[in-house]
Ligand binder design. Structure first.
Ligand code: PGA
Length: 263
C-alpha cells in the first residue's frame, strides 16, 4: 500500500487568538489535496479553540505531551487529557525541546510510548546538529534517537500506522538553509533501511518519513519528488496561510499539495 503523503504545521510558540483563527479559517476554505493527511500543531493554549473551529478532516497535534497519565506534574499535559479533548496527535522529540528543555532520547521515547498508549499518533522528530553532520555522525545520531523509541515500541503496526518520523536537521530549522534533496533523500533512505532492520519489514514499508527544516512553497516540489520523502513538517511557513503569491496561489496550500510532484 502506498504511504499517504503527510504535511504537518508546527506553529511553535507563535500566534494569538486572532492570527490562529485566521489560519484556521484559511485552511477550512483552502482547496487541499484530499489524499494528503494534514495536521496542525498550534500552541497548547489554543488546542481546543482550533479543534472546535477547524474542519474535522484536518487533525490537531499537541506540541508536547508528558509521560504520566495524571498527578502532581505542574504545567504538564497528559496524553489522556489530549485524547479526551479530541487532540489526535502529539509531537515528540522536537530539537527545540531536546536542546532548550533538555529532553533526552530516553524521555522522548517514554513520552512517545505514553502518547501511543493513550491512542494518540505521534510525529517523532530526529535530526543532527551542524557539528554532528560535519563529523559524519548524522546517521549515528538519528538512529540513536530512533533506537530509544524502538527499544520501547516493537510493534510494527504502531510504527507504520501511528508514528510519523520527521527528519529535521537542526541546522536547517528556522535558518532558511534547507537540506539539499540529495541530503534529505540519503538520510530518509537510511532511516527506512534502519526501520527494516530494527523494527521489521512492515515498518520499513509503511512508516512515513517526512522532512522538516526551512520547507517553503519554493523547495517543497523538488523534495517531494524524492522516493523516501513522504511529506513535510513545516514551521515558519505554516504561519503564513494568508500570504498569497502574486499569481494568487497560497503558500501553505502549495506545500500541502506538493504530493502532485511525487513521481
Ligand atoms: P522551520 O521549522 O520550517 O521554520 O524551519 C521546522 C520545524 O521546526 O518543525
Amino acid at each position: 500500500m502506498p504511504r499517504q503523503f503527510f504535511v504537518g504545521g508546527n506553529f511553535k510558540m507563535n500566534g494569538t487568538i486572532k492570527t490562529v483563527t485566521e489560519i484556521v479559517d484559511n485552511l477550512n476554505k483552502a482547496p487541499l489535496d484530499p489524499d494528503t493527511e494534514v495536521v496542525i500543531a498550534p500552541p497548547g493554549l489554543f488546542l481546543l479553540l482550533v479543534r472546535s473551529q477547524l474542519d474535522p478532516k484536518i487533525k490537531v497535534c499537541s506540541q508536547n505531551v508528558f509521560d504520566k497519565a495524571n498527578g502532581a506534574f505542574t504545567g504538564e499535559t497528559s496524553a489522556q487529557q489530549l485524547a479526551d479533548s479530541n487532540i489526535d496527535w502529539a509531537l515528540c522529540g522536537h530539537s527545540e525541546r531536546r536542546a532548550i528543555l533538555g529532553e533526552t532520547d530516553a524521555f522522548v521515547a517514554s513520552k512517545t510510548k505514553a502518547a501511543l498508549g493513550a491512542g494518540l499518533a505521534v510525529i517523532l522528530c530526529c535530526g543532527e546538529t551542524l557539528e554532528q553532520r560535519l563529523q559524519n555522525k548524522t546517521l549515528d545520531v538519528v538512529t540513536a534517537q530512533l533506537k530509544a523509541v524502538a527499544d520501547l515500541i516493537k510493534e510494527e503496526d504502531l510504527w507504520s500506522r501511528r508514528i510519523v518520523v520527521a527528519y529535521e536537521p537542526v541546522w536547517a530549522i528556522g535558518t532558511g538553509k534547507v537540506a539539499t534533496t540529495d541530503q534529505a533523500q540519503e538520510v530518509h533512505a537510511a532511516i527506512r533501511k534502519w526501520l527494516g532492520e530494527e523494527v521489521g519489514e512492515a515498518a520499513r514499508e509503511g512508516t512515513r518519513i517526512i522532512y522538516g527544516g526551512s520547507v517553503t512553497e519554493k523547495n517543497c516540489g523538488e523534495l517531494a519528488q524524492q522516493k523516501d520523502v513522504d511529506g513535510f513538517l513545516v514551521g515558519g511557513a505554516s504561519l503564513k496561510p494568508a500570504c498569497r503569491r502574486a499569481d494568487g496561489n497560497n503558500i501553505v496550500v502549495d506545500i500541502i499539495n506538493a504530493r502532485k510532484h511525487k513521481t
